[in-house]
Design a protein around this ligand. Structure first.
Ligand code: KMH
Ligand code: ZN
Length: 281
């Protein structure tokens, strides 16, 4: 493995703009964030959007505008979150696919999420997986806990591989209620990946750096961003998503696995070229 996929998750659904002024919440902020992150090594953008009051939304019109704008203004692979916020109903989460992103997340099971529950029923997961197969959207299987990899094995066995045939997972580590952001947990998860799968990893909060270093050592890829990390160093708030991507690119270079070119990421993950659509087009 010669280079590193860097995914940026710039916004998430959990932080409030009022608390985190640097969080990109408007379409303009998201596009400029995408451009800045692409310039310093990101190849995939994992997108949660906000409404006019900066609250999380899965509004389909806004999602379509977002996909079109990111395609027009950046070269990034656009991955929409089908996870949304813990309060989003299943039908809204399935509807995300109608925005025809390049990729979408597909969380492989229920997990306690702080004091909330991020619910992902088996039947819902199957529906999401099958709709992505039909629409030729590449899933990123989100793994919050080791048992989610057992569910992924069962999903692939019973319902077949995703569009393009390649399996890519993202280990989301350190969520209170999920697997811890430790090297032991990462190694256990890597051992349980489907044969031939690639993975990225992200460590929430303080586990960001240990998880990134462990992922690189284990041949994995990186996800960073303000969805997962708001503190750059003790007492130092993150200034921008590009700051986190630049640090990830630096780590990848030190590991002699520099950021992967977007065209190579498309090939590796079998992401379809849906063409560039003009904003508003
Ligand atoms: N916001 C979390 C409840 C995903 O994007 O697919 C779910 C999440 C996972 O962020
Ligand atoms: Zn997300």
């Amino acid at each position: 493995m010669s280079s590193t996929i860097i995914t940026v998750a710039p916004t998430g659904a959990e932080s409030a703009k009022a608390d985190v002024p640097a969080l990109p919440v408007t379409l303009e902020e998201l596009v400029s964030t995408g451009q800045e992150c692409e310039a310093v090594g990101a190849s995939i953008i994992h997108v949660h959007i906000r409404d006019e009051a900066a609250r999380p939304t899965l509004d389909l019109v806004r999602l379509k505008e977002t996909v079109a704008a990111l395609r027009a203004e950046t070269g990034l692979i656009v991955q929409l979150s089908s996870g949304g916020a813990v309060t989003d109903p299943e039908e809204h989460r399935l509807r995300v696919l109608d925005a025809e992103p390049d990729m979408a997340s597909c969380t492989m099971g229920t997990v306690n999420f702080g004091t909330d529950v991020f619910l992902n029923r088996w039947e819902f997961i199957v529906e999401l997986h099958q709709r992505m197969q039909d629409r030729e959207i590449v899933p990123e299987y989100e793994i919050f806990d080791l048992g989610h990899l057992a569910s992924l094995a069962k999903l692939l066995d019973k319902y077949g591989p995703p569009y393009g045939g390649h399996v890519h997972c993202d280990l989301v580590m350190g969520v209170p209620g999920g697997m811890p952001g430790t090297i032991d947990a990462l190694v256990a998860a890597v051992h349980a990946l489907p044969a031939g799968a690639t993975f990225s990893a992200t460590g929430v909060g303080r586990s960001t750096l240990p998880v990134a270093l462990a992922a690189l050592s284990a041949g994995g890829h990186l996800r960073v961003g303000m969805e997962d990390t708001l503190t750059y160093a003790p007492g130092k708030p993150v200034e921008s998503n590009a700051q986190l991507v630049a640090r990830a690119s630096g780590l990848a270079r030190v590991a002699q696995r520099p950021p992967m070119k977007i065209a190579d990421v498309r090939d590796l993950l079998s992401v379809r070229d849906r063409g560039r659509v003009a904003v508003g087009g």
